[in-house]
Design a binder for this molecule. Structure first.
Ligand code: ATP
Ligand code: MG
Length: 247
């Protein structure tokens, strides 16, 4: 069973006056097998964030079929998914604990009595337990990113979708996020995260979905991809040539 199945997703953004419409996702299809980590890689503007927003229906796709755990997204499957947006809005006047409480309350059907235990567990995982009663405005950038991840893993989700979890962090910050994701993998989570850097994927992913200009260029094993192409640039070149010959 696939934890997420995306089939022929299309999205067009309407252009303004004198502007053309932009077809930014073209028949995007991929799937996430249970318990595996899949990297979603593509250059800036390739369509990663738009794809992720469409699969949650935050923005409405023109067409496409999206199934989570075998069915369209519903209140039951929502409780099994953790999500880190590309630019999470963090209320700076809340403390770490209050921020997590807000998210806990927004999740349907969670019991209040479990909150403190789960929040402490998540904060320890991201190394923010000591800072839990400080306001978010006193957190560094790396701490804020980890607070966002704490929010995503708070409910011990079966599926974790993270949009650029390592973006803007220094090497220590990136290593820390990778350690957190390694721990989540041990828990058996199905993980899907985006980045424009292939090197972010190498340590964590067994599978890769490559998107370029709104089209999926590759879906498959990461080792196979690396031995065939070595780099994203080379993959873009070779796969585009292949596509041109097929047309
Ligand atoms: N609300 C919007 N209105 C119009 N165009 C949009 C909108 N959101 C995204 N786009 C366009 O859709 C394309 C894909 O953008 P998207 O944010 O999905 O890329 P991305 O792969 O996430 O890039 P990045 O690595 O920079 O985050 C871009 O050309 C972008 O300008
Ligand atoms: Mg993006």
């Amino acid at each position: 069973m696939y934890v997420l199945h995306v089939e022929k997703l299309n999205k067009t953004f309407k252009g303004g006056l004198f502007e053309k419409d932009r077809h930014v996702l073209q028949d995007v299809s991929f799937h996430l097998p249970e318990g595996q980590t899949t990297g979603f890689v593509g250059s800036n503007g390739a369509g990663k964030t738009t794809t992720i927003k469409c699969i949650f229906d935050f923005i409405r796709p023109d067409s496409g079929k999206i199934h989570f755990f075998g069915t369209p997204l519903n209140s039951q499957s929502k409780t099994r998914i953790g999500y880190l947006p590309e630019r999470p809005y963090l209320y700076e006047f809340l403390t770490g604990m209050e921020f997590l409480k807000l998210h806990w309350n927004l999740c349907y059907g969670l019991s209040t009595k479990d909150f403190v235990e789960r929040a402490h567990e998540a904060l320890k995982k991201v190394d923010l337990f000591e800072a839990r009663d400080r306001r978010l405005r006193t957190y560094s950038k790396g701490m804020l990113q980890r607070a966002g991840i704490a929010q995503a893993i708070l409910t011990r989700p079966d599926l974790l979708i993270l949009d650029e979890p390592m973006s803007g962090l220094d090497p220590d910050g990136r290593a820390m996020v990778k350690d957190i994701l390694h721990e989540e993998q041990k828990r058996g989570v199905t993980l899907f995260f985006s980045s424009h850097l292939l090197q972010d994927m190498e340590e964590l992913c067994s599978r890769l979905v490559v998107v370029n200009k709104g089209k999926i260029l590759y879906e498959g094993g990461l080792p196979d991809f690396m031995s065939e192409f070595q780099s994203l640039e080379k993959a873009f070149q070779v796969l585009k040539n292949r596509e041109a010959k097929n047309v």
